[in-house]
Design a protein around this ligand. Sequence first.
Ligand SMILES: *Cc1c(COP(=O)(O)O)cnc(C)c1O
Ligand code: SF4
Length: 436
Amino acid sequence: MRAVPVINDSPTRRFYGAKDIDRIPQFQAMSTEERDTMKAVAAVLPFRVNQYVLDSLIDWSAVPKDPTYQLTVPQPGMLASEDFERVFALVRGRASEAEVKAAAKEIQARMNPHPAGQQTLNVPKLQGDALPGIQHKYRETVLFFPTPGQTCFAYCTYCFRWAQFIGENEFKIAARETTELVEYLKKHPEVTNVLITGGDPMIMKTKLLRRYIEPLLGPGLEHLEAIRIGTKSTVFWPHRFVSDNDSDDMMRLFGEVRAAGKHLALMSHYSHPREMEPAPALAAVKRIQDAGAVIRSQSPLIRHVNDDANVWAQMWREQIRHGVVPYYMFIARDTGPKNYFEVPLGEASTIYNDAIRQVSGLARTVRGPSMSATPGKVLVEDVLEVGGEKVFALKLIQARAPSAVGHLFFAKYDKEASWLDELEPALMPWPDNIKS
Ligand SMILES: *Cc1c(COP(=O)(O)O)cnc(C)c1O
Ligand code: SF4
């Protein structure tokens, strides 16, 4: 483990984006061609990285294979080759910003910015009006996207939220305030948890986050059992919980949620065991737990970063050691640079099962590999041979239709398939609510 200095206070949060590619000291050691390559990809796919990730997580002697480098820095393979060549030629020829932007925009529109009907199917209504920044797909859980939380400490290159980051209003899901959320929740006693998500809500200063959380603690919302916050900050900016100038206040806010009789869960994205090694990351875990919150870990299985059973087993074991609860292993969604990161379902199932065999029951709370598809969350339980036919055993563990939860179904084995919509029923017809 390398010693890592604790970076004090929020003014030292330093973020770098596409415009800074020539300024980042570690990138200056690269060739102009390598930097132009990054610029070309970054014109299409949002890029952002912070000083901590650059200095403390990426092992520069292992670049380009280093997992955190793959996770945060644009790679040439992320664009289809003709798309890449087109933007690269513009960047190389020092074309105007407007020209690069126009080409990028056209490519982005083809990269499926909102998979699984996000923008149309899950938007709830109050007195007939659609509520912006809220999604209600599964009966018990409402997703809330506060406007100021629509960015992150660094952008994960696989992220399905990339449309949130490119500044196109027609793609964005966001809410400015909680009034409508609270009104909606009061009318929906079946909702037991709110998941505050983004982007990364922890990017907000405590004062601002408090404005979104406190209204959820008041009277009339006793049916709300838990508040979850989706975040990567525990590993990309652990100082948020330890040494930023409002970290103490953040811990007080966490304590208030607990004092109001609600569970607080940080749904934290951990992609690789490396992310837990630095001292600030462990200090953050301890501080969050001391404030009474639970950290649950979830992240997608992605090529070039964590497509290895041993990596997951090691990560889950470290999490158990520190009281972090393994929760989900996801299949990467069909959006953005999906081709670069995809791991076929059969291989994903092998990786999950090989990893789960190496850990004790304490880590087997993790479910996966799971697809967040249009009908719900679908687990690839196993690859089997039944009566001479090779099939995937699939299980719906979360569904738009609550009565469908728990259904097992089968699909013809397909070596290449990496998403539900590429599968065909096997052995028996699928339940109605799965084909959509
Ligand atoms: C995953 C997810 C949730 C939360 O599901 P849990 O199984 O309760 O963790 C809620 N809403 C959407 C849209 C989701 O994808
Ligand atoms: S931190 Fe989460 S929301 Fe942000 S880019 Fe990474 S995966 Fe996406």
